[in-house]
Design a protein around this ligand. Structure first.
Ligand code: HEC
Length: 210
């Protein structure tokens, strides 16, 4: 009896682990998957609307779906090229995706690659630099705003670099896609309005390094 019980527990733990890999409600196309491609694959001369290397523009859902076979990650170029120890994409000098990003893409394909957005309820009460603002900027912006590839001269990998865009009055206008600014993230739609509102609150509170 005891033995059967242990087997049962082991089986349910295994099942739970597998289920987690196939469905994760926190993985949203707009907030999780799109920034991975825009930030790591759409730099100039890569997979953006103007250059669309190898026929791929990876800045929209339709463009990304050209390299996805829903529910079949191993038949999806947008997964097979970025997975493993020595992935062929992104090309040097850009760094390979993190293990978490690769897993998120796989799980999203397993889930049927839905075009989802706003999966979490909007919370603008958290607008600290470390808890909210910086994770958004690291997810969406640093592929084109690093020390070696500083779009417009802006390096957003550090707090000081982010502050420069604010003191020069360039950050909010570009995030809100206002005229007179380069719309950011470049080549794609504005990021979720809840995230923009949280960044605005942080800027208006004096952009503390909190
Ligand atoms: C795919 C590459 C790319 C991504 C992703 C990207 N940028 Fe940019 N960014 C650029 C380039 C290149 C420029 C220089 C101006 C231009 O070519 O539009 C620029 C310019 C800017 C400017 C100056 C705009 C102005 O009008 O003076 C700001 C501010 C900025 N980016 C912030 C961001 C933020 C914040 C994000 C993330 C939400 C982001 N960028 C994501 C490539 C990118």
């Amino acid at each position: 009896m005891k033995k059967q019980f242990i087997v049962l527990i082991a089986a349910s733990v295994l099942l739970a682990a597998c289920a987690k890999d196939v469905y994760n409600p926190d993985i949203c196309f707009q907030e999780t998957i799109l920034p991975i491609f825009v930030n790591n694959c759409a730099q100039s001369d890569c997979h953006n609307p103007a250059d669309h290397k190898a026929g791929y523009d990876l800045t929209t859902y339709e463009g990304i779906m050209k390299g996805i076979r829903s529910k079949h990650p191993m038949l999806s170029d947008c997964y097979t090229t970025v997975r493993g120890n020595n992935p062929s994409m992104p090309r040097r000098p850009y760094s390979k995706l993190s293990a978490l990003q690769v897993t998120d893409i796989k799980v999203w394909i397993d889930m049927g690659a839905p075009n989802t957005s706003n999966c979490k309820s909007c919370d603008t009460s958290n607008f600290t630099f470390s808890g909210r603002v910086n994770p958004i900027i690291q997810a969406w912006c640093i592929g084109c705003h690093s020390p070696t590839n500083a779009g417009g001269g802006y390096d957003l990998t550090t707090y000081a670099g982010i502050v420069t865009t604010i003191t020069r009055q360039r950050l909010m206008g570009s995030l809100e896609h206002l005229s007179g600014f380069s719309a950011m993230p470049k080549n794609t739609d504005a990021i979720n309005s809840c995230d923009v509102a949280a960044i605005r609150k942080w800027v208006e509170s004096g952009y503390p390094e909190n």
